[in-house]
Design a protein. Sequence first.
Length: 378
Amino acid sequence: MIVSRLGGKRVLAVAICLGAAFIVGVAVQNYKATTKLRAENKQINRQLAAMSENLKQLTAVAENLKQLGNLPLAYAETPEGLKLVPAEHGVTKDDLDFVKRFRGPLLDLKTNFETTSPRDIKKLLHSSLLAEFERDPRNLTLAETKRRALITFAMLRVNGSMPTYEVRDTVPNDFKSMLLGTSGNCSDFTIRVMMVAEALGLKAALISANTPSLPGHVFADVYDPEEDTAYMLDANFNVLIAREHTQGRGFFETLLASNQVDQDNFSRVASVKALPVYFRYVDPGEKGLYGTPLTASYINEIRSKREDTWRQWTSQDLDDLVDWWKRIPNHRPRTLAEIEVYLTKIPAEFDSSGDYAARLRTVAEVELPEPAKLAQTK
């Protein structure tokens, strides 16, 4: 009996110990679980705080993006060097580097126009442009063919040879200024690109337009007999449109001779090449005394609209163009030889365009005023 009682007490003691151990084990497990939960909660709170901070940063970025147009994102050239300006007032670094490739006079500024004949000047212009073009292999990438790349290069060089845009009413009646002057407007650019075109064996006519899409602008209609391709060259804004296989006809002669459907189709599929351009300074001249003059920033702002403007113009403004010619005889298409009536210092050697403008006038059903008609018979 005594042994039995002692055995029972031991069993009870063991049971109590086991129970206590179980309770302690459960408590330890609960403590560990609670500690883990607390750690996880702290981690979650840290993550939530980080997410909240990220959200604030994203909100700040979104606000900055809304103001993107006002941030200095482009370069402008000033007397103090390059400056960052709002995008519409400047150009990207890549565009600026592109434009700089084509800067410089077309001929040595020391060229003596008094002792060098116009014929030799024309030959010198031809050889200088070809040498420059061949010197830089990057020029071959300007267009699909070497000949077209050369014509594109010539337009870019004309633009780069006149660094200052000047608001004025007339082109200086001086041969050297026409080729080497450093300031001018669309008329000056066009006269110069026509001289360059004839030096390269092209035919050229001056086109004056005052239409809804182009309210007052001058550019060149050029034809290349080597590839039977006609061009619209806007050397002022570095815009080129090529039209292949015109069968000897000029750009606008072909366009005006076609019907409205063909004009619309050409406008839609034409490759309007708007190359980098940058206006650094505008001299308002006397215009600044009587009205609000153009500014470089204003002209630079419209660069992005060049392709849309020309695409719209080639289909929607042609009737307005012809109407402008009919109303204002002095603004009808002319070759350099025909412009010589007004700019008498254009040498007679620049006369290789023949009846190029006359054929366009025939399609448009307009004629030159009498003095200009007389000049054709010289």
